[in-house]
Design a protein around this ligand. Structure first.
Ligand code: SPD
Length: 357
């Protein structure tokens, strides 16, 4: 009987041990073979070789998913089906996520490479003291255009886009804030305006641009412009830089009426399961050489000052993509306008898109 009891106790101990190991592996913080990290980023926004490098260096398997708007990212994080360990929202969304208690404070002691970031991109109003977020890429919204396809015409202002000679020539970014912002700026209003009359005016003005709009697209804008299938695109600066690296006829301008200055930062959602690995990944991406390689690949503007010396001068000295503070100071950063106003922007943008013939 004693032998049977000892046998049962030993069996129970083995089961408990196995359960513990399985639980630890599921947590992702067990031995190297079982660690995972789920990263949620914009499409076309990382050099995937760097993901492999991170996996090789740390033994952590990265599950990588992409989104195409801040709003889509937020919905997915709130739904909670997949738990993300690192995400890359833009500034107004970070403000919203902090206020919604959706982010985890970062542990600076695990982010020594944060010293590489230019002070100009730290401590910004959407996250004072960078308690929850660290800079990834930044840029502007503007117009990429190919003068050769426009009979030599130069574009300088938002209002130039309403020229009837540009029928069916323009690609628009598929983003409510960007398109509504363009309408507002073209009328002399702020792109953070919440006055309903001004917003309706902006939508009316945008509707009158429709004959000139060829398509409202996401990352496809790059191929269409590179291959001369479209002459003009309203887009994020980094996409313009990428297009221009492939097609040297194209130029990029930040319109004179004003435009958007934006910042995409890395954050750890509160629901993250692999917090230590998330810090490891963020710190890896902040490394000077890693950031330089990532920037050369993605073509957006890096806030990583230490990375600049590893990058070609024709990239870092191009004022269109590394504009000095004198230019960026006259641009506006999107503010978190609150749920009701953001929903109103989205509704107007949807109405605008629906009336597309
Ligand atoms: N293809 C990568 C796109 C990333 C753009 N982020 C810009 C957000 C501006 N609010």
């Amino acid at each position: 009987m004693k032998k049977l009891l000892a046998f049962l106790a030993a069996g129970l101990a083995v089961c408990v041990l196995l359960l513990y190991i399985v639980h630890d592996l599921n947590k992702g913080e067990g031995y190297a073979g079982g660690k995972t990290l789920t990263v949620y980023n914009w499409g076309d926004y990382i050099d995937t070789d760097l993901i492999k490098q991170f996996e090789n260096e740390t033994g952590i398997k990265v599950i990588y998913e992409t989104f195409d708007s801040n709003e889509a990212m937020l919905t997915k994080i709130q739904q909670g089906g997949t738990t993300y360990d690192v995400a890359v929202p833009s500034e107004y969304m970070i403000d919203k996520m902090i206020k919604g208690n959706l982010l985890l404070p970062l542990d600076r002691s695990q982010l020594p490479n944060l010293k590489n970031i230019d002070k100009r991109f730290m401590d910004l109003p959407f996250d004072p003291g960078n308690k929850y977020s660290v800079p990834y890429f930044w840029g502007t919204v503007g117009i990429a255009y190919n003068p050769k396809l426009l009979g030599g015409k130069k574009l300088r202002n938002w209002n130039d886009l309403w020229d009837p000679a540009l029928k069916h020539k323009i690609l628009l970014i598929d983003g409510a804030r960007e398109v509504m912002g363009m309408g507002l700026n073209s009328l002399g209003y702020s792109l953070n305006d919440t006055n309903r009359i001004h917003l309706q005016e902006a939508k009316q003005k945008l509707s009158s641009l429709m004959p000139n709009v060829k398509a409202i697209v996401g990352d496809e804008n790059k191929l269409l412009m590179q291959n001369n299938e479209a002459a003009i695109a309203v887009l994020w600066s980094g996409d313009a830089a990428d297009i221009m690296a492939e097609n040297e006829d194209i130029d990029y301008v930040v319109p004179s009426e004003g435009s958007n200055l934006w910042f995409d930062n890395m954050v750890i959602p509160k629901t993250a399961k692999h917090v230590k690995a998330a810090h490891q990944f963020i710190n890896f991406m902040l490394g000077a050489k890693v950031a330089a390689q990532n920037t050369e690949y993605v073509a957006y503007s890096t806030p990583n000052k230490a990375a600049l010396k590893y990058m070609p001068k024709d990239m870092t000295e191009d004022k269109r993509f590394y504009p000095p503070p004198a230019l960026t100071d006259r641009l506006e950063v999107y503010e978190n306008l609150g749920q009701k106003n953001l929903a109103y922007y989205n509704d107007l943008f949807l109405e605008f898109k629906m009336h597309r013939k």
